[in-house]
Write a protein that binds this ligand. Structure first.
Ligand code: KIV
Length: 281
């Protein structure tokens, strides 16, 4: 079994050390208290309250409608369930489009949401914002390559950097966000060779999703690895369980027993106390 990083709260320093010592970083999303406790119990290093909650929790087509208040609410729920993992909150669409807004909103993520870091999508274009926010003591995780908040500009959720020109832009983005002070970066949806090259070039840890195994760590949406949505089967997700089937089976069994009067049985029922029984009689 591989060793977990620490028994105390994971910090930006632990993550940097893990990269230096060649120990891979594990990261997953969580959106509520119950899942946060499960992910923490399994020893995951970083928990992300991703704006993917727009799709996973709210059933929307993309992440764009998610609000800052919604993110803060879910981050508060997750924070109560974590003892060890570092807690990162995604900054939702249009909440960090100016440095001033970013600072104010990232501040709310930490003070109201109890996040320990925030995540922002973008490279060269958000470098100045990352610089402003990190200078005020707020750790920022960057996110480059396939950036879901730019879904319309990218023409869909498509792998980025297959062609030389776009790959070069992604390399420049990686350097820009590191120089701006980001403590780590998510590399999403890009050729594994490009992600491995960026991971070698940067001093900060890279966390891949759909970016091959040459990154310093990996992240997935927890519902995807648990197989909660039987219809969602992208190439980059590996299912470690089939909870869709397990949950539907369990609920069917419950419904069947209720309809047949089997549940609740004696073991799950209460009785009047002897004294109260006499009073009733
Ligand atoms: O919103 C999210 O869940 C993410 C991860 C998939 C990296 O950004």
């Amino acid at each position: 079994m591989s060793k977990v990083a620490t028994s105390h709260k994971v910090t930006v320093l632990d993550l940097r050390r893990m990269k230096a010592e060649n120990r891979r970083i594990t990261m997953l999303t969580a959106y509520d208290y119950t899942m946060a406790r499960l992910v923490d119990a399994a020893g995951i290093d970083i928990v992300l309250v991703g704006d993917s909650l727009g799709m996973v929790v709210q059933g929307r087509d993309n992440t764009l409608p998610v609000t800052l208040d919604q993110m803060i609410y879910h981050t508060q729920c997750v924070a109560r369930g974590l003892q060890r993992a570092q807690l990162v909150m995604d900054m939702p669409f249009m909440t960090y489009h100016t440095s001033a807004k970013a600072l104010e909103n990232a501040g709310r993520a930490l003070s109201e949401g109890a996040a320990e870091a925030v995540k922002m999508e973008g490279g060269e274009d958000v470098a100045e914002t990352i610089y402003t926010v990190t200078r005020q003591g707020i750790p920022v995780m960057a996110h480059i390559g396939l950036t879901p908040q730019s879904v319309h500009a990218l023409g869909g959720f498509k792998v980025q950097g297959r062609k030389a020109e776009r790959a070069e832009q992604i390399r420049r983005d990686a350097v820009a966000i590191e120089q701006a002070g980001a403590f780590s970066v998510v590399l999403e949806g890009m050729p594994k060779e490009l992600a491995a090259e960026i991971s070698q070039a940067l001093a900060i840890p890279t966390i891949g999703i759909g970016a091959g195994n040459g990154c310093d760590g990996q992240v997935l949406v927890v519902n995807d690895l648990l197989g909660m949505d039987e219809a969602f089967k992208p190439r980059f997700v590996k299912r470690y369980a089939n909870l869709h089937e397990t949950i539907v089976e369990a609920i069917r069994a419950y419904a069947g027993e209720v309809r047949e009067g089997i549940f609740p049985d004696e073991a799950h029922s209460f009785h009047l106390s002897t004294r109260r029984k006499r009073e009733v009689a």
